[in-house]
Design a protein around this ligand. Sequence first.
Ligand code: GRF
Length: 191
Amino acid sequence: MRLGILGSGSGSNMQAILDAIDAGHLDAEIALVLSDNPDAYILERAKNRAIATGLIDCRGFRSKFPDEAQAETAAALREAGVDLVCLAGFMRLVKQPLLDAFPGRILNIHPSLLPAFPGLEAWKQALEAGVPETGCTVHQVDAGMDTGPTILRAKVPVQPGDTPESLHARIQEQEHRLYPEAIRIFAAGIN
Ligand code: GRF
């Protein structure tokens, strides 16, 4: 299973996927890492491991993922022989034509128990709503924002005195366990 990873930030989830591969828990290989942010640490992590990287050129759009850039991304992923695309902290909404290039083969990790709290800073949304627990979800990507069929979820308690940072850190610990496991389960189902 050849994975293509799309990320805009630190890449700790990609690191967790790499660690699971190294430990023999996930039979996969990261073929290509793409980012829309030239300064994203995810690119450094990939380069340190001699994994191919590339930049997604969104032509000055702050949050939009223009059609042309989606088509270029799909072409690069195909060229690298990618079977499964994993969004890992990727901050743009994937739509056609990228969705059509990998039908049912794009996964995302989101820091809440979806369908609760889609969108940005879901841990902050959970704190503000005063819920006793939140968590993280790995799901298949469709054209909506953080919609699409769930593969795995993990619950995380909200503790008294939690700040957005402390809660996000507790959720990320679970993300790092959940994402490789969800990829393993998903890959077993399509092989
Ligand atoms: C994670 O919290 C993930 O759920 C969200 O963005 C964050 C990415 O973190 N989609 P990282 O870049 O993997 O460290």
